[in-house]
Design a protein around this ligand. Sequence first.
Ligand code: C5P
Length: 296
Amino acid sequence: MTARAPAKVNVALRVGPPRPDGYHELATVFHALTLYEHVAATPGDGVSVSVEGPGAEDVPLDGRNLAARAATALASYAGVDAAVHLHLVKGVPVAGGMAGGSADAAAALVACNALWGTRLARHELHLLAAGIGSDVPFALLGGTAVGTGRGERLTPALSRGPYQWVLALADGGLPTPAVFAELDRLRAGARVGEPAVPDRVMAALRSGDPERLGAVLVNDLQAAACSLRPALARTLDVGHELGALGGVVSGSGPTCAFLARDAEHALDLAVGLTAAGVCRDVRRATGPAQGARVLG
Ligand code: C5P
């Protein structure tokens, strides 16, 4: 049984103060992109994982693997034997701020649900997903959605698309907890209010106008990601100089996401970013993309 799940960018990511449980209250707009993780689930002995694709060597194969955790959680909830081999094919940059590991978990949930015939409903899968990681519920849902709480409480957003994106991949990953901790350090002493998605972001999404959306992209984690990885500021500058409608660090980084006017403009931007030598690699993708689904 093979399933796929999409990468995401956050077109808006507002971060509140740290909570007693160590998480931060978020107000975000997730937007799924046509970069996919594929997970093939076959009957196995216990839960085992193999990985192929760029960055595969950096993906843990043990109990830390989010796809393995998803399969184990589903089996325990449904009362079946956790017996599956999961083969992951990486299409999303590893540790890039695009929720590739979360997409693995979402794809594993729907693949195992089909393989084992457990027939859990979407809302049950959503609950399991939220227990695995903050971004896993959105990888199940896909499309464009407002996320609150840790990011796990989702409301689909009215959005016209498609939008053309160019992703500038960086060398090495940035650990999400370190980026949140850096944000807290940068904010030390400052009063931080409840986070909210700006109305202008929702209006831009409804308009379907990439110029409007590009002008309002916002990420509170960007300053922290750039503080830990100063080269990102240069990547963002070069994207703007090359005429991107907007550019933002994706999630906790280090991938930078740029919005283009159309497919031709996206190709020009991708070529320009590559020629400028400010990133390890580039990808083009469109959004919104469908959430996790079984391919058969
Ligand atoms: O939920 P997930 O395991 O993906 O989160 C990874 C880490 O990112 C958390 O342990 C926490 O340090 C940070 N985080 C946060 N606030 C959020 C989401 C993640 O501080 N809303």
